[in-house]
Write a protein that binds this ligand. Structure first.
Ligand SMILES: Nc1ncnc2c1ncn2[C@@H]1O[C@H](COP(=O)(O)OP(=O)(O)OP(=O)(O)O)[C@@H](O)[C@H]1O
Ligand SMILES: [Mg+2]
Length: 171
């Protein structure tokens, strides 16, 4: 899978990256986020919400439910799943998850590895690694070089084909 890698040095940088990604999203896009506790997934989704012109400050991990919905005043509805407490992938079936995954909004799924066999085949895989206190490595992968190139051109318009993102993605 082709991927691009970023280093974030602060909350704000992670939010900004999320915002750049959020601006490029279209209906039906799914973000599958992985990474340890405190790696920055929710912080990133705050930026994604802003990129969709939703209120980033509203974004917090669903605690007593598996999903939060943010729908106003955005460009698209954002379904925010946090599957940390999920024991069996089949439990998401009870959420009617297909309605959200294959619907008209955008999904961001924290702890996406818990989906197991229910993981959608086409999604943006975003992996977070805790490097230092305020430093995070964020890796974004898509299924094919063509899709990656299209996405990069949309997220960072005018910077291709020589920008650092393209260079990092080796496309
Ligand atoms: N560069 C950075 N990017 C993101 N968060 C950072 C960064 N540096 C420090 N932090 C801190 O790390 C924490 C990230 O928390 P966040 O809730 O986003 O993580 P998470 O991956 O969603 O965790 P969880 O799995 O518990 O939901 C916050 O306290 C934030 O202030
Ligand atoms: Mg979180």
């Amino acid at each position: 899978m082709p991927s691009i890698q970023f280093i974030s040095h602060s909350n704000e940088e992670t939010i900004r990256l999320g915002e750049e990604i959020g601006r490029a999203l279209v209906a039906g896009d799914i973000l599958a986020l992985r990474g340890d506790l405190g790696a920055g997934k929710t912080t990133f989704i705050r930026g994604v919400a802003q990129g969709l012109r939703l209120n980033g400050a509203d974004v917090r991990s669903p605690t007593f439910t598996l999903m939060n919905v943010y729908e106003k005043p955005g460009r698209l509805t954002l379904y925010h799943f946090d599957l940390y407490r999920l024991d069996q992938p089949q439990q998401v079936l009870a959420l009617d998850y297909e309605e959200y995954f294959y619907g008209k909004g955008v999904c961001a799924v924290e702890w996406a590895q818990k989906l197991g066999p229910l993981t959608p085949t086409r999604c943006l895989e975003i992996e977070f690694a805790h490097r230092q206190e305020n430093e995070r490595e964020i890796k974004i992968a898509l299924n094919s070089p063509e899709e990656m190139q299209k996405f990069i051109a949309k997220a960072w318009p005018g910077k291709c084909p020589d920008c650092r993102h393209c260079a990092a993605a080796k496309i």
